[in-house]
Design a protein around this ligand. Structure first.
Ligand code: NAD
Ligand code: UFG
Length: 338
């Protein structure tokens, strides 16, 4: 049994599918602050299996303790958190409270239950503005906004916890840019309001919900001047979590591992690939740089291959085709679900 915080969210729901498909039992703990219960009905349709659901907030220690105890879990995958960079600048305390305090409560509760295996969702944002590319795990860590700071604080807290008690088994997964959707088109990314991230915005332009894409700057030192990122298919990312759990079954450690493809694509590469996958034109306008953005960011994924036996398998065409299947089949996300 695996206990999955934030299991109704974008990456969590895709991971729950892969866990159920692999024969694990799953308990999802989620407060639905950025997701909807409908996603778990879709997960059940895809897998033919049902995850247990507990609606609750990480910071509610009593609810968390009851749920974790009742689950009989042997390990926790911790996705729950707030993730909007701009919002974190506006309201940093909400981010420290939800992400950092929420994680402290989770770790205390796990300790109380004697569960010491954890996979944590970190981010390439902890590398700050890259000093060298590709980014390997030993690159210096720094952050440029409160969201990133919460990830770094949690990483440091996990390293301290492991130093204090080496019975812990902790996998810190540093995600690059997750995109795409399950191949069924039944689950995918469903951002509230105007998407901050590139692919959901492009998909909403293609489906006619928005007029054009704003390209945030074309004067970076990259091949076409637009920002370059390491986009990774969300199903590949999900499978990385299963590999991390397998490793932790045999290793008591606290280790950070990149999950990326090692390949960078520009904004215009992504736009063209999406046009190809969707058969739709995606009009765009070049605007000024977005504050806080970096020119390029991509992973050295060799540790994931060496230590987890994992590598990303799905290419850019399938990222876009799967994102389009989800977006065109669910133009308003889960909201219009019956
Ligand atoms: P998401 O918002 O879709 O999922 C997060 C889930 O956690 C949601 O279902 C939300 O309702 C739940 N949640 C949030 N706070 C909670 C709380 N206090 N108690 C209980 N549930 C709570 O986000 P996602 O894209 O699936 O991201 C999952 C994790 O991966 C996050 O920690 C995020 O910071 C990290 N991450 C995401 C990206 C990305 O680009 N999507 C990149 C790097 C890291
Ligand atoms: N972009 C646009 N127009 C848009 C949205 C994005 O041109 O409307 C560009 C950005 O300037 C950037 C690229 O597309 O060059 C990717 O932007 P995203 O917002 O999709 O992704 P980021 O790399 O900026 O940030 C993401 C997550 C962060 C995480 C970071 C590193 O949103 O939470 O990856 O993992 F910290």
């Amino acid at each position: 049994m695996i206990f999955v915080t934030g299991g109704a969210g974008y990456i969590g729901s895709h991971t729950v599918v892969e866990l159920l498909n692999a024969g694990h039992e799953v308990t999802v703990f989620d407060n639905f602050c950025n997701s909807q219960p409908e996603v778990l009905r879709r997960v059940a349709r895809i897998t033919g299996k049902q995850a247990n659901l507990v609606q609750g907030d990480l910071r509610d220690s009593a609810a968390l303790l009851a749920a974790l105890r009742a689950s009989g879990a042997k390990a926790v995958i911790h996705f729950a958190g707030l993730k909007a960079v701009g919002e974190s600048v506006q309201n940093p305390l909400a981010y420290y409270d939800n992400n950092v305090v929420g994680t402290v409560r989770l770790l205390e509760t796990m300790n109380e239950c004697g569960i010491k295996t954890l996979v944590f969702s970190s981010s390439a944002t902890v590398y700050g503005d890259p000093q060298r590319l590709p980014l390997s795990e030993d690159h210096p860590l720094s952050t440029t906004n409160p969201y990133g700071q919460t990830k770094l604080v949690i990483e440091e807290m996990l390293r301290d916890l492991y130093r204090s008690d080496p019975a812990w088994r902790i996998g810190i997964l540093r995600y690059f840019n997750p995109v795409g959707a399950h191949v069924s088109g039944l689950i995918g990314e469903d951002p509230l309001g105007t998407p901050n991230n590139l692919l959901p915005f492009v998909a909403q332009v293609a489906v006619g919900r928005r007029e054009f894409l704003n390209v945030w700057g074309d004067d970076y030192a990259t091949a076409d001047g637009t920002g370059v990122r390491d986009y990774i298919h969300v199903v590949d990312l999900a499978l990385g979590h299963l590999k991390a759990l397998e490793r932790l079954a045999h290793h008591a450690e606290c280790r950070a591992i990149n999950l990326g493809t090692g390949v960078g694509y520009s904004v215009l590469d992504m736009l063209r690939a999406f046009e190809q996958a969707s058969g739709k034109r995606v009009p765009y306008q070049v605007g000024p740089r977005r504050s806080g953005d970096i020119a390029a960011c991509y992973a050295d994924p060799s540790q994931a291959l060496a230590l987890l036996g994992w590598r990303a398998e799905r290419d850019l065409a399938s990222m876009c085709a799967d994102a389009w299947r989800w977006q065109s089949g669910n133009p308003n996300g889960y909201a219009q679900a019956t």
